[in-house]
Design a protein around this ligand. Structure first.
Ligand SMILES: [Zn+2]
Length: 76
């Protein structure tokens, strides 16, 4: 289960929470001041897992840039 960090909008305290991905966007109560408005920070775990492909990162050397086939260009 991934760890998420939530930053309080009032006191900027970071509250860490271990919760399922399905609940990642649900608000968390600040453990410092009790404020319910917290912003989830993008942890490295979440960013790396879901955004790599969407950013259009370069394919590995020698692979096909179109379909990602590691064996080489697919000829299209
Ligand atoms: Zn707070």
């Amino acid at each position: 289960m991934p760890i998420y960090e939530y930053e309080c909008e009032k006191c900027n305290h970071i509250t860490e929470a271990l919760r399922p991905m399905a609940q990642a966007d649900e608000p968390l109560i600040c453990e410092s001041c009790g404020n319910s408005k917290t912003q989830r920070r993008h942890s490295e775990f979440a960013a790396g897992a879901s955004k790599g492909a969407a950013r259009g990162e370069m394919p590995p050397m020698g692979g096909c840039g179109r379909c990602g086939d590691p064996n080489g260009p697919c000829g299209m």
